[in-house]
Design a binder for this molecule. Sequence first.
Ligand code: MG
Length: 369
Amino acid sequence: MKIRRIAIHRKTLPLKEPYRLSGGRLRFERLDSTFVRLDTDDGLTGWGEGCPWGHTYLPAHGGGIRAAAKLLAPALLGMDPRRLDQVNRVMDITLPGHEYAKSPFDIACWDVFGQSAGLPIADLLGGGDARPTPIASSIPTGTPAQMLAHIRQYRSRGYRLHSAKIGADAEVDIERIRRLEAERDEGEVMIYDVNRAWLPAQAVRVMNAVRALPVIIEQPCESLAQCAAVRARTLQPISIDERLETLPDMQRIIAERIGEIVNIKINRCGGLTKSRRIRDAALSAGIQMLAMETGGSVIADTAAQHFAQSIPAENRLGTWLCQEMLSVDTAPGRGSRNTGGHSAIAPELPGLGVAPDADLLGAAVAVYE
Ligand code: MG
């Protein structure tokens, strides 16, 4: 089997409402998503979606994927898409780094691989564990009253896991955490996601001020070294998100005991092949995982659900569905959805199990053959 043709589509995904995080310093109204369609010489078609969360959140942007495609797509033509490690080696030699740009190509190859094998991607990744995956809400930075209103909305749709975006003046964050914790329902899990906004001194101040509360703190500071310094002087579980990009990052998190949880975002980590390696390292160290995309529509979410289901439920803290925040749907009624609020099951179909609606995507912006 050979890759015969690669088409690149671009789609703007408007958010239902403007969104702020990292103490409010980052604001988002729409996402720039790129869809990769891969056709093989024996008639299979695979899809992948790559959608960095805007261009200010990570060193990644939608235009970067489409620029990288000019180099990656010609290098992949003629390759067997089922040989995922080979595919990734060729991408790494063609364009070192730029992991986020490789992810939609990797996912499209997994889609074809699954279709050719007659198995869902979750099974190819080691076997889907069908126990439900909690979906995390995504609560934008705001006043405690505004954040509680968002939590109640999500709660009414069944959400029991919340990711509340904080990160500001230490005293403001202490107040936010206390107010939100006072309203926490029995059995709910709260992640306070700082998105790198604290300096170590602020992190130590806030986390110790609320040390009696059973909260998880995500990506408190900018670098792994700063997070390690915070880890040594605090008690709550720390989740590493933005600074986990590669397997060596994961190895460092384990070796230096920087976090008890990691948030594996498929796009940021370069696709399913590389996320799988990070997953296995995390499993070996007893680390819990959140598994999700950096952003995107149901195509990206569905790939993330296949991956999430490949993590044993004991280690799987939750996932996230970006689609719930969008005012467009690229595959209405299909793919992984919010089912009853706290679980999203990947389609039990060969491959990814969902393709975008061609009319909604529009014409390709580039074709390689
Ligand atoms: Mg996060």
